[in-house]
Design a protein around this ligand. Structure first.
Ligand code: ATP
Length: 451
């Protein structure tokens, strides 16, 4: 397609095909909160398990963890979140809306047609004040300060406070990592751009503990590893870049940070961050908890490891993959919308379609194939409507292959396989479809879209 992919197109496809829809919609929704339907869940599961496979399953040096969402509130004092996890907030006295002072150029004010806050003489903005992004709650029946707690704004702290457990129980020594996937919550002042900035999201973080002298080398290693992971799953290289933070942009504890950025419809924006956090976190928790979080070697050497952290959310990956995969084209004078997703990401791996749904023999063969394939992969059987419409539906949800059972199948037990991207069709023996699909899903894939 020649036109740029807009966020509106992505939102509308997600809605139309039941990937993602506004949360609690029958009550008017809740700003920038979304629910995932069937295909959204499948795609998210794929992203999560591919991340886990690369970070844990295929490595000897990283173990998994699943810590609680609500931690002892002292964790957030030690980490610096209570005092400093803030964004600058301004109010407009005219339109009564609130904005992030450092992102005014991305915000829309309350007037119609919408302007940037501060753009017109009528805008009356207050001085910026710091707003803490943590959601506060209470634990137990008492409603006073002693019961105050927070929903975690990142998964990382749950890892740091378990450092000692893992070191001892998993018998690890640096360099080693702890990986965790789970929901994080941030009361963002201006969420938006679909799933790009939401108030609850699923974070995938890995804390890699290393001897201080090796920290820089590991930091560069993880920037490359994570960049290459995106290429492997089909994001176009022309839409990805590394951006190293300047000293004044970095968090106070970080000695180096690189954002892996994707060219979203809103411009180049952070997809994933990779930071060298030094010994900040383990030192803070040692001081606040009194529990020494350090590594002691067999020979008595002791040190506080440095930490390299790649951190990303499934939501930002999902949006990048949707934008990168979305395509429109005209084939034989008909428009089609197609999601060119890497087969490993695609929610459904193959569709099984009887050409004539009223033909009992075709239906029987198709259902037989479906029952065989569904034991190994997520596949879909569809006998509703004309074949062209069914193909188009599968194109829109990104299904890489479709197997069609037709007249000829009844004679010679072969089926047609249709390729989502090239639209090429070939015939295969029915009995060989399962092995063919296994092999096809394992092949490297790269986007046929222009760079
Ligand atoms: P930003 O500057 O965009 O607010 P950040 O630098 O605060 O992001 P980190 O604290 O580094 O983000 O979080 C790590 C990762 O978590 C980000 O790279 C992003 O993938 C994801 N993430 C952070 N905030 C959100 C959010 N509100 N919605 C979706 N994903 C998020």
């Amino acid at each position: 397609m020649t036109e740029p992919v807009t966020m509106d197109k992505i939102v509308s496809l997600c809605r139309r095909r039941g990937f993602v829809f506004p949360s609690s919609e029958i009550y008017g929704g809740l700003g920038s909160t979304y629910d995932y339907g069937h295909y959204g869940v499948l795609a998210k599961n794929n992203i999560r398990s591919l991340w886990f496979r690369a970070m844990v399953q295929e490595r000897d040096d990283i173990v998994a963890l699943d810590s609680a969402v609500i931690l002892n509130p002292r964790v957030w004092e030690a980490s610096g979140h209570v005092a400093g996890f803030t964004d600058p907030l301004v109010d407009c006295r005219t339109c009564k809306l609130r904005f992030r002072a450092d992102k005014l150029e991305d915000a829309n004010c309350g007037r119609k047609p919408s302007k940037r806050p501060g753009e017109t003489p009528d805008c009356d903005l207050t001085e910026a004040r710091q707003f803490n992004l943590m959601f506060k709650t209470q634990v137990g029946a008492l409603e006073d300060e002693s019961s105050a707690a927070y929903l975690r704004p990142e998964t990382a702290q749950g890892i740091f406070v378990n450092f000692k457990n893992v070191l001892q129980l998993a018998r690890r020594k640096p360099p080693f990592g702890i990986a965790q996937v789970g929901k994080s919550f941030r009361n963002e002042i201006t969420p938006g751009n679909f799933l790009f900035r939401v108030r609850e999201f699923e974070q995938m973080e890995m804390e890699f503990f290393v001897p201080p002298a090796d920290a820089d080398r590991w930091y560069r290693y993880w920037v490359d590893e994570r960049f290459n992971w995106y290429l492997k799953y089909g994001l176009r290289e022309s839409r990805l870049r590394r951006r190293e933070h300047s000293a004044d942009e970095r968090s106070h504890y970080s000695s180096a940070t690189t954002d892996i950025e994707y060219l979203y419809p809103i411009g180049w924006s952070e997809l994933e961050g990779v930071a060298n956090r030094g010994d900040y976190d383990l030192t803070q928790h040692t001081q606040h908890s009194g529990s020494k979080l350090e590594f002691v070697g067999d020979g008595g050497e002791r040190y506080t490891p440095y930490v390299i952290e790649p951190a990303v959310s499934i939501e930002r990956i999902f949006v990048a993959l949707l934008v990168d995969g979305y395509d429109e084209e005209t084939v034989a004078e008909r428009e089609r919308t197609v999601l060119r997703l890497h087969p490993a990401i695609a929610p459904v791996k193959a569709a099984i379609l009887p050409l004539i749904p009223r033909n009992a023999e075709m239906v029987e063969k198709a259902r037989g194939l479906y029952d065989e394939l569904r034991r190994r992969h997520v596949v879909e059987y569809d006998d509703g409507g004309q074949i062209g419409r069914r193909y188009r539906r599968q194109d829109e949800i990104g299904t890489p292959f479709a197997f069609t059972i037709d007249e000829q199948t009844l004679g010679d037990d072969t089926v047609t396989v249709r390729d989502r991207d090239s639209l090429a069709q070939e015939r295969l023996p029915l009995g060989g479809v399962a092995a063919w699909l296994d092999e096809a899903l394992d092949r490297p894939w790269s986007s046929p879209k222009e760079a």
